[in-house]
Design a protein around this ligand. Sequence first.
Ligand code: KG4
Ligand code: ZN
Length: 332
Amino acid sequence: MLVLGLETSCDETAAALVEDGRRVLSDVVSTQIDIHRRWGGVVPELASRNHVVQLLPVVDEALRRADKALQDVELISVTTGPGLIGALFVGVHMAKALSLATGIPLVGVNHLEGHLLAARLMESPPEPPFLALVVSGGHTTLYAVEDFGRYRTVGSTRDDAAGEAYDKVARLLGLPYPGGQPIDQLAQKGNPAAIRFPRALNVPGVFDWSFSGLKTAVREHIRNHGVPEGQALFDLCASFQEAVADSLSKKLIAAARELKFERLVLCGGVAANSRLRGLTEERAKERELKLFLPRISLCTDNGAMIAVAGYEAYRRGVRSDFSLVADAGWRL
Ligand code: KG4
Ligand code: ZN
């Protein structure tokens, strides 16, 4: 089954063609980062307006790269939530219009289910049940994936998402938005043990996170020592990154052991982080757990993961009609 996946929940306009929820024929992402960067974060109104401009060309490009016509598509899958309401509207209305014009069935999917199922596009994909940590700019949530469509929240952040912490710390350091990649790069040259930043909620059996205290600790450090430069900047980035990666990977591994999961998935934009990947890999190996790390282009927002989620939803009987509406606060 050939599925067209559409994603417009935030600042990425994305479309992909995926066959049978496994084989990516094309995956086109048009990012708006340069537009939002000068404002230091995503401006919702600008995001919606740019999705309007970009979405059709992105869909055309996805069809062209896959060497397919719209008539070949057998299912249209679109992110319905959570996300920015105006941005979601653009994708949902485009999906409905395409479906109305062609008669191709339509299914609305949850963006987080997309992140969870991105690992299905790996060469040897995880089969449920598995434990999956979604770490992105908007979410830090640990899910028990009991089966496709059966997701149970095991833990989540009590305040900032991990990506949000990265973006806020980058701002304090005068680094560009989004802050994840620049901090990750600077951290390569730093000493992760230079500054001992706090690990919140470091209690056995608690699988929730908190990152606002860490952000405050960085702010305090800057207040006392000034905005760092050179080696001091590298050390601060490495120490902050270590605190985030340590806390995320430690709880993921602990939860797997306590809840008896053998397979783990790390996904969402922050799963692109080099230290988080390395540390989690190391700890999973020590405990003989099988860790699935999707390639970076599958971790950040993309249309392929939405096509997979749509395919799996359709297989279990989920259908949407023209009453489909965007739901900015949709909880998985
Ligand atoms: O999943 P995503 O593309 O969009 C959301 O659904 O939020 O995640 C974006 C987030 C941003 O906060 C960004 O700073 C972070 O992912 N990010 C990273 C890295 N690359 C992107 N965080 C840490 N290290 C990275 N290498
Ligand atoms: Zn996302």
